[in-house]
Ligand binder design. Structure first.
Ligand SMILES: Cc1ncc(COP(=O)(O)O)c(C=O)c1O
Length: 665
C-alpha cells in the first residue's frame, strides 16, 4: 500500500515505495548498536543471495553512503590502478557519466560508443581488447536508464573474461528487477542502489565485489570517503560503516528486501514489471506514441517515448498536466531525439499503468494534440455530437467477443417460433451481425441465416467463424439498403445496432430524427415475407441510465449516448409508419451485456473493460478522470460495495435491454 496523498512515481527512482517500507524508518537506532550492526550484516548476505552468489564462493557485498553515483565513483576511483586503463561501453548518459568520473580521477579511458538505441556488439569489444593490451578494465551499464535499452550483459562479460580483463557493471536500475547472476555474467564489481528495483528509499548504494579482486586494490583508492576496500574492511571487521550511516534508509531497505522475497524474489518482481511494461506499450501505442528503442532491446524497467510530431506538444505542459492528475513521469535524457520516459518500477501495478494511460489520453485531449500513427485511437471523442462512427469496430473486432455476450437468446427463439413458419425452415437475416456472436446462438436451430455487417473487421471475423456452415452466409454492407429480393426472409434480428445509424436529439427526439432507422424498417418490411417478424434488441433510455451500474459514474456520456438511441416508443412509431403491426416487448431482466465481467468494481479502471461498452467512447477526458477517481476512492474507502448494491437493485427491476418484436401483416 502506498500513501494516498503522494503522487505516483513513474520514474527511474526514487520510486513509489510501500507504506511498510516507509514505516520501517520510524525508529532511531544507534549506528554502532548491535541490533543495527546485525541488520547491516543480514542485508549484506541477502544482497549476495540476490546476486546469485555467496561469501563462501568468493563474493562480498559492500554498502556505500550516498546516491548510486557515489557507488560508481567509489568503484571507479578505487579499483583501477594508476597505470590502468578503463574501456567504457557507452550508449547513453550513464555510460558517459562513468567516463566523466574516470576523467576526474585522471584515469586513462577508451570508449566504444554506439547510438543510444543500439546494443553494443560483443565482437567489437573483442577486437578492441585484442588490439589494446593497455586496457585493464571494462565498464558496462546493464540497463541504460536514459533510454531503457538493455545491454547484452552475459555476452559482454564472457568476452571481457576471455580476454582477461576486470568487468565493472552499473546495474543501478536492473539489480533486483531483472534476474542476473554475478558469477555467470562474470562480473567483478557490480553497483546498484537502495532506491531502484529493491524498492527501498534513497540513501546508499551497494557494490557486489569479487573477493580476490577486492583484496588486490589495496592502496589504489583516490579518495578517502569513497575508498571501497576501506569501506569493506569497516563493514567486515566491525560490522560498521566508517562514517555516519543512513540508519533509517538501512532499516527501510531491510523491510524492502523482505517484501521482495514475499513477491517471489527477483523473478516475481520481474514478472510484475514486465506486465506493467506490456500494459504501458499497449496503451501508448494505441494512442499513437512510438518508442525510441526497438521493442526487442527494451528493458521492462523504463521506456523512452518520442515526442508526438504535433508542434503543439510541449513537454513541460504535458508533465504539469499529468502531475496535477497525480502522476509523475520523467523527462528524456537523450542527446538525439526528443523523448520523455515512463518507468514501471516501484510500487506500481497494472491498474496504476491503466490510470496513467487514462490520464495521458485526457491530457492529449486537453492539449488538443493530434496523434499520428494511431493503431487504435482510444481517446475519448471530444465532440460527442460530431457525426463519427463512435466506435471503431475494425479495431475492436479482435477482442469484441471477450467483452460482449449474446443475451436474450431464448426470448428471440420464442418470438421466431411464434410465426407461421417452423423454426427449422426459417430463413433469417441477422442485420448488423458483428462478429457473429448472436448468429452462433441461432446456428443449427433455424434453417438458413444471412449475416450482414458494415464493419470490414467484424464481418471478416464472422466470415471465418462460419466458413464451414453452408447454411450461414455473411456479407458486408449497410442495413439501410439491403441487397435482397422482396420477401426473402421469415425473420430479421437486429441486435444493438440501430444506435449506429443516426444521431437523434436525445430525450425529446422524435421518429423524424432517425431517418436511417426508418430506412432500415422500410427495407426490413420489403425483404420480409408476409407474417414475418422483426426482433430488435436495444436499450431503452431508463435502462441506459439505471440498467448499468457504472452509468452513474458517467451521466453526461449516457445522455450523449441516448441521442443515438431511439426510445422504444419512437421505434414503435417508426415500425407503424413503415407498415408493421402487433408490437410486443420483452425484457431479459437477469442477463447483462458484459457477462461475467460486468460486476467487476475495478472494471472501469481498465481500458479493455471499458471497450466492452460503446458508451465509454463518448466520455470526455475530464469526465473519465473524474469517473476513475470516483472508482478508486470508493474502492479505497470501502463504499463501492454499497454503491454496487444500490445500482444493481435498480438494474434487476428494469434490465439492461429490451426486445421489441413487430410483424409484417
Ligand atoms: C544506470 C544508472 N546509473 C547511474 C545512476 C545514478 O544513480 P543516482 O541518481 O542514484 O546517483 C542511475 C540513476 O538513475 C542509473 O539509472
Amino acid at each position: 500500500m502506498t500513501t494516498p496523498t503522494d503522487k505516483l512515481l513513474f520514474t527511474p527512482g526514487p520510486l513509489t515505495t510501500s507504506n511498510t517500507v516507509k514505516e520501517a524508518m520510524l525508529r532511531d537506532v544507534g549506528s554502532r548498536d548491535a541490533d543495527f550492526v546485525a541488520v547491516v550484516g543480514e542485508i549484506r548476505q541477502l544482497l549476495l543471495a540476490l546476486a546469485g552468489v555467496r561469501q563462501a564462493e568468493g563474493y562480498e557485498a559492500i554498502l556505500m553512503q550516498g546516491a548510486g553515483t557515489f557507488g560508481i565513483e567509489s568503484v571507479i576511483s578505487s579499483v583501477i590502478p594508476a597505470d590502468g586503463k578503463l574501456l567504457i561501453i557507452i550508449n547513453g548518459a550513464y555510460g558517459k557519466r562513468i567516463r566523466d568520473i574516470a576523467g576526474r580521477h585522471g584515469i586513462e579511458t577508451a570508449v566504444i560508443e554506439v547510438t543510444e538505441n543500439t546494443q553494443p556488439n560483443p565482437q567489437e569489444l573483442r577486437r578492441r581488447l585484442a588490439d589494446d593490451s593497455e586496457i585493464t578494465h571494462v565498464a558496462l551499464v546493464h540497463c541504460e536508464t536514459s533510454s531503457g535499452i538493455l545491454n547484452p550483459l552475459n555476452e559482454i562479460g564472457s568476452v571481457v573474461k576471455e580476454l582477461g580483463r576486470t568487468f565493472i557493471v552499473d546495474a543501478m536500475s536492473s539489480f533486483g528487477g531483472i534476474p542476473l547472476n554475478v558469477s555467470e555474467a562474470r562480473i567483478d564489481f557490480l553497483i546498484s542502489s537502495a532506491n531502484k528495483c529493491i524498492e527501498g528509499v534513497p540513501g546508499f548504494s551497494l557494490v557486489i565485489a569479487d573477493h580476490e579482486q577486492l583484496l588486490a586494490i589495496d592502496g589504489w583508492a583516490r579518495t578517502l570517503s569513497l575508498d571501497l576496500l576501506a569501506q569493506w574492511k569497516g563493514l567486515e571487521e566491525q560490522g560498521q560503516f566508517r562514517f555516519t550511516p543512513p540508519t533509517h534508509a538501512i532499516l527501510a531497505f531491510r523491510e524492502a528486501l523482505r517484501e521482495l522475497d514475499d513477491e517471489g524474489g527477483v523473478a516475481g518482481r520481474a514478472a510484475r514489471y514486465a506486465a506493467n511494461h506490456a500494459a504501458l506499450l499497449r496503451g501508448m501505442r494505441r494512442m499513437g506514441f512510438c518508442e525510441y528503442v526497438p521493442a526487442e532491446s527494451q528493458s521492462h524497467i523504463i521506456t523512452a517515448f518520442l515526442f508526438p510530431e504535433d508542434p503543439r506538444f510541449e513537454f513541460t505542459e504535458f508533465y504539469q498536466r499529468l502531475s496535477s492528475k497525480g502522476m509523475l513521469i520523467y523527462p528524456g535524457k537523450l542527446t538525439e531525439g526528443d523523448c520523455f520516459r515512463i518507468g514501471n518500477i516501484g510500487q506500481i501495478f497494472e491498474s496504476d499503468i491503466e490510470s496513467l494511460l487514462t490520464a495521458i489520453a485526457a491530457t492529449l485531449l486537453e492539449m488538443n494534440l493530434n496523434m499520428k500513427n494511431t493503431e487504435k485511437d482510444t481517446t475519448p471523442s471530444p465532440d460527442p455530437s460530431a457525426p463519427i462512427e463512435y466506435e471503431d469496430y475494425n479495431s475492436t473486432s479482435g477482442n469484441y467477443d471477450d467483452t460482449r455476450v449474446p443475451i436474450g437468446l431464448p426470448i428471440v427463439l420464442d418470438l421466431l417460433a411464434s410465426t407461421t413458419t417452423p423454426l427449422k425452415e426459417q430463413s433469417i437475416l441477422d442485420a448488423g451481425c458483428g462478429t457473429g456472436t448472436f448468429l452462433a446462438g441461432l446456428q443449427g436451430r433455424v434453417g438458413t441465416i444471412h449475416g450482414r455487417e458494415l464493419s470490414e473487421g467484424m464481418q471478416q471475423v464472422a466470415k471465418e467463424r462460419f466458413a464451414n456452415d453452408p447454411n450461414v452466409q455473411i456479407d458486408q454492407g449497410s442495413i439501410t439498403e439491403l441487397p435482397h429480393a422482396d420477401e426473402s426472409f421469415d425473420a430479421i434480428v437486429c441486435n444493438q445496432v440501430l444506435h449506429h445509424l443516426d444521431h437523434g436529439e436525445g430525450e425529446g427526439a422524435s421518429a423524424d430524427d432517425f431517418p436511417n432507422v426508418e430506412s432500415f424498417f422500410r427495407e426490413a418490411f420489403r425483404v420480409l415475407r408476409p407474417n414475418g417478424i422483426v426482433v430488435i434488441n436495444t436499450s431503452d433510455h431508463d435502462q441506459h441510465r439505471d440498467g448499468f451500474w457504472w452509468a452513474a459514474l458517467i451521466p453526461a456520456a449516457i445522455e450523449r449516448m441516448l441521442r443515438r438511441f431511439p426510445s422504444i416508443e419512437t421505434l414503435e412509431e417508426i415500425s407503424k409508419r413503415t407498415g408493421f403491426v402487433d408490437s410486443e416487448i420483452k425484457v431479459p431482466f437477469d442477463e447483462v451485456l458484459q457477462g461475467k465481467n460486468y460486476l467487476d468494481p475495478k472494471g472501469p479502471l481498465s481500458a479493455a473493460w471499458r471497450a466492452g461498452d460503446s458508451t465509454w467512447s463518448l466520455v470526455t477526458g475530464e469526465e473519465l478522470t473524474h469517473a476513475l477517481d470516483r472508482v478508486t476512492s470508493s474502492l479505497k474507502d470501502g463504499s463501492m460495495a454499497a454503491f454496487l448494491e444500490e445500482r444493481e437493485e435498480l438494474r434487476t427491476k428494469i434490465g439492461q435491454t429490451t426486445f421489441l418484436a413487430v410483424r409484417k401483416p
